[in-house]
Ligand binder design. Structure first.
Ligand code: NAP
Length: 307
């Protein structure tokens, strides 16, 4: 039986692994279907403290993994297919093999929702991004497009006007889900141009490995046209990876884990870390901090049991 199994190998999971490994708990990390988490999809990270020149997202997350492994953390590939948190030891089905754990840290993250276009997928990290805070800086003086009609899209469009020469906000409907205050702020911003009732049909140019433009369609008139774009930001929501814990770990209506203070979930011995609980900050540094918190809680929890 494992002292602690960490589900997820993004910034939160790997940091939890580092801390629990240094506490001599020999953690096992289940990497998950998107090993490395969202950082594995980004390019240069310039806002993680300690790297004045910036660091590539995949390198950052791999470095934390190596650091954790150097203290004895073990990693298994694959995903948790089923979980039984009804009694301890907890049981996790990892790709068909059942693993028992005294404690669990859920750091399974939240996956950015994408439009689902093949061209979009191929250009992720090459002009297509799901994080304005991370990547906006690269589009100084460039043409930026944001997709979405919620608060995130409004916030990102506004934020991106600090960098871009123009920001076009594309939304599939005429009406916006975003709160009035966020919409008003974006509408008052002279650099934000609204394109409602419009869908993106393709992102160019896969052959150049770079975003150069998009094909758009007005859903009311059927008009189709192309527009030059350098940075393409998709802000259509995130999906927390909590499906396999449904009915056991308490989540809010959108599936985010409900925190019971610190890193605690509703199940004693099961802790949360990172974006699987955080819909607000969603940064590498906050996820790393949350991984540290969860690890310290595990240590104290096991210590109280006389471990
Ligand atoms: P959201 O509120 O779920 O909005 C997602 C938007 O993306 C909607 O406009 C939706 O269109 C659109 N969309 C979804 N799937 C799409 C698709 N396949 N193609 C095109 N468009 C698609 O997500 P969010 O904006 O990330 O916000 C999530 C939560 O965080 C909300 O509760 C929000 O209030 C909160 N938040 C708050 C702040 C803040 O207060 N500062 C900032 C960011 C987020 P439809 O409207 O047509 O469904």
């Amino acid at each position: 039986m494992r002292n602690v199994v960490i589900i997820g190998s993004g910034c939160a999971g790997n940091t939890a692994a580092l801390y629990t490994a240094r506490a001599n708990l020999k953690p096992l990390v289940v990497s998950g279907h998107e090993a490395g988490g969202q950082l594995a999809l980004t390019t240069l990270v310039e806002n993680f403290p300690g790297f004045p020149e910036g660091i590539h997202g995949p390198d950052l997350v791999e470095n934390i993994k190596k650091q954790a492994e150097s203290f004895g953390a073990e990693y298994v590939h694959g995903s948790v297919l089923e979980a039984d948190f009804s009694v301890r030891p907890f049981k996790l089905n990892v790709e068909g093999e059942w693993i028992e754990a005294s404690t669990v840290i859920v750091a399974s993250g939240a996956s950015a929702r994408w439009l689902g276009l093949e061209s979009e997928h191929k250009l992720i990290g090459r002009g297509v991004s799901s994080c304005a805070t991370c990547d906006g800086f690269f589009y100084r003086g460039k043409k930026i497009m944001v997709v979405g009609g919620g608060d995130s899209a409004m916030e990102e469009a506004n934020f991106l006007t600090r960098f871009g020469s123009e920001v076009t906000l594309v939304h599939r409907r005429d009406e916006f889900r975003a709160s009035k205050i966020m919409q008003d702020r974006a509408r008052r911003n002279p650099k934000v141009k609204f394109l409602p009732a419009t869908v993106v049909e393709e992102v160019f140019d896969v052959s150049k490995h770079l975003v150069t433009g998009v094909k758009l369609r007005n859903v009311k008139t059927g008009e189709v046209w192309q527009q030059d774009v350098d940075g393409f930001f998709v802000a259509i929501g995130h999906i927390p990876n909590t499906k396999v814990f449904k009915g056991q770990i308490e989540t809010d209506p959108d599936g985010y884990i409900v925190s019971k203070g610190g890193a605690r979930t509703n199940i004693p011995g099961v802790f949360h870390a990172g974006d699987v609980q955080d819909r607000v900050y969603r940064q590498a540094i906050t996820a790393a901090g949350a991984g540290c918190m969860a690890a310290i809680e595990v240590e104290r929890f096991l210590e109280a049991e006389g471990h």
